[in-house]
Design a protein around this ligand. Structure first.
Ligand SMILES: Nc1ncnc2c1ncn2[C@@H]1O[C@H](COP(=O)(O)OP(=O)(O)OP(=O)(O)O)[C@@H](O)[C@H]1O
Length: 258
């Protein structure tokens, strides 16, 4: 098979993206190309604009200028749920899990919803059972297959993150945005999330914001480094980590274990 492609297909793209908050420029002319099928990490010091960029990419914020394209189609003019329908789903730093429902019910509720957000869930759970097979497959994928009846409130921090990723997966997204999937985890939880991200990345594109450089080193095909709202560098992880500007601005802080 001839694998030499002239140019990679672009799954998600930002063009000249700007976001101002009352005169403060949090996103400054960001150009970003996420290749179809890759794991792309967005890194940068605190306050660099990573979450703002995620919010712009997923439609939770409207840009002051510039545009966002999903598989070539402009989406910054759409509402978040419309972007979800076009194939982009995201997880949140703040939990989107219903604590009083079981693990499986959380997935069932998300499966019958047009978005992974906690809207419109007053459907009798009995009616949701038709979606049970899909729910079970998703739970198995995210490593929660052994605890479908467990109350979400009783999950560990790491298990909650697994469930959140499972909830994002209910939309079967072509592009999955994960906001700091390892935050607040110990080394065991981090190892589980790394395996999980690899699992969910099969056949789809993943963009993650991540502070832990070991996780970035393990997972990312390409990375984009933000600083003061601007792109400092972007490219293959191996190249960007050697960029002196990046080492000075960010990676150097981490003791160079990237
Ligand atoms: N709604 C808002 N109003 C005003 N300023 C904001 C708003 N949201 C973000 N900012 C500012 O924009 C800048 C970028 O914030 P953002 O949360 O995107 O950075 P970050 O890289 O995600 O940081 P962290 O790593 O700490 O999560 C910060 O200076 C922040 O204070």
């Amino acid at each position: 098979m001839d694998r030499a492609a002239p140019a990679p297909a672009i799954a998600l793209e930002a063009r000249g993206l700007v976001k101002d908050f009352r005169g403060f420029r949090a996103t400054n002319d960001v150009n970003l190309q996420v290749h179809d099928g890759e794991i792309h990490a967005i890194i940068g010091p605190n306050g660099a604009g990573k979450t703002t960029l995620f919010n712009l990419l997923s439609g939770f914020l409207k840009p002051t200028a510039g545009e966002v394209r999903l598989f070539g189609e402009r989406v910054d003019t759409l509402r978040p749920f419309e972007i979800v329908r076009r194939g982009l789903s995201r997880s949140f730093q703040i939990s989107s899990v219903f604590p009083t429902l079981s693990v499986r019910e959380n997935v069932l509720v998300a499966l019958q919803s047009p978005t992974p957000l906690p809207h419109r869930f007053w459907v009798p759970l009995s009616r949701l059972e038709s979606l049970g097979e899909r729910a079970d497959a998703i739970l198995a994928d995210v490593g929660l297959g052994g605890m479908p009846g467990r109350l979400a409130a009783d999950l560990s921090h790491g298990e909650k993150r697994q469930l959140e990723i499972g909830i994002s997966m209910t939309q079967d997204p072509r592009v999955l945005l994960l906001d700091e999937p390892t935050s607040g985890m110990g080394s065991e939880g981090i190892a589980r999330v790394i395996a999980l991200v690899r699992q969910v990345a099969r056949g789809r594109t993943v963009v993650l914001v991540e502070h832990n450089m070991s996780v970035v080193a393990e997972l990312a095909d390409r990375i984009t480094v933000l600083q003061y709202g601007s792109v400092l560098a972007s490219g293959r992880y191996e190249d960007v980590r050697r960029d002196p500007r990046v080492i000075e601005a960010y990676l150097g802080e981490d003791g160079g274990h990237a």
